[in-house]
Ligand binder design. Structure first.
Ligand SMILES: Cc1cc2nc3c(=O)[nH]c(=O)nc-3n(C[C@H](O)[C@H](O)[C@H](O)COP(=O)(O)O)c2cc1C
Length: 264
């Protein structure tokens, strides 16, 4: 197959993942073209953060209310930036398209611009991949990034057939953010964020699964059960109960080891 990998990578982590994806696709015998999406003007990290100030409150409210979160994800607007002219302005000759970015609270503005101006998306099967600092939190990371991308692709007549989100373990706004993510990762998944890293076993396995689904192209991510479940999730209650269950995990393990197995 002839596959295009278009990516926006501000600090280089998603570029690294894009290259790994390209390598794997070529090893499978596919032809790959790369397109780096770049804003025309340099983006300084603080104005970049300021651009998404309107979303912070909404993100917090979204944890408390499923209805609000659903509304917010369906309706949030992403400012656009001017991007450099594309090498592959028309993507109609590609069999599959991969679009990648680093998560910037929401979908990066450069990706919003790309999805608006690129030609030939109609009927295309697309895979979306991302790096972010933290673990794959369902509401905060997966939904906030991939749902708007899926909606935009649908509006352009394309469908999202696979998704991949891995941790770069890097956050421009420094250690404190990583500390919070590390804490959330251990509480929510019982694992450090390195477990979800690009070069981890989890990363390699999920990259291969992502590509299997991309090539097969038979699932519309928006129609999949996992996707619907995530939309109808139980919000804070689900997160809290899952956390409790994970937190209780080591206790259950100790109890089994010390009492149940000893008296068997
Ligand atoms: C404005 C901004 C917002 C970010 N928001 C998140 C976030 O919501 N969750 C997260 O895990 N990482 C977040 N990050 C960290 C990046 O997603 C992470 O460093 C990513 O790997 C960068 O990819 P890149 O080097 O390809 O640009 C944010 C970074 C920036 C600059």
């Amino acid at each position: 197959m002839n596959i295009l990998i278009a990516f926006y990578s501000r600090t280089g982590y998603t570029k690294e993942l894009a290259l790994l994806i390209a390598e794997e696709l070529m090893a499978r015998g596919h032809e790959v073209e790369l397109e780096r999406i770049e804003p025309l003007e340099d983006e300084n990290m603080w104005p970049l953060l300021w651009r998404t100030q309107w979303y912070w409150g909404a993100l917090a409210l979204g944890i408390l209310s499923n209805k609000y979160r659903e509304y917010f994800i369906n309706n949030y607007r992403i400012p656009e930036v001017e991007i450099r002219s594309l090498v592959h302005q028309d993507v109609s000759s590609f069999d599959r398209i991969c679009i990648g970015c680093g998560k910037q609270t929401i979908v990066p503005c450069a990706i919003e611009s790309y999805l608006r101006i690129v030609d030939g998306l109609k009927g295309k099967k697309v895979g979306a991949f991302a790096t972010w600092a933290g673990p794959p939190l369902k509401h905060f990371e997966v939904e906030h990034l991939f749902r708007p991308i899926a909606d935009r692709l649908e509006r352009r007549g394309a469908s999202l057939v696979s998704i991949l989100g891995l941790s770069s373990r890097y956050h421009e706004y420094h250690g404190q953010m990583l500390g919070i993510f590390e804490f959330l990762s251990r509480v929510r998944f019982g694992k450090p964020i390195s477990y979800f890293g690009v070069h981890s076993e989890y990363g390699r396995k999920n990259m291969k699964l992502f590509l299997d689904e991309l090539i097969k192209g038979s699932t519309d991510v928006k129609e999949s059960r996992g996707w619907r479940r995530s939309f109808q999730g139980t919000g804070i209650r689900g997160v809290a109960s899952a956390s409790l269950w994970t937190t209780l995990g080591p206790l259950r393990h100790e109890f089994k080891k010390r009492f149940l197995e000893r008296y068997r």
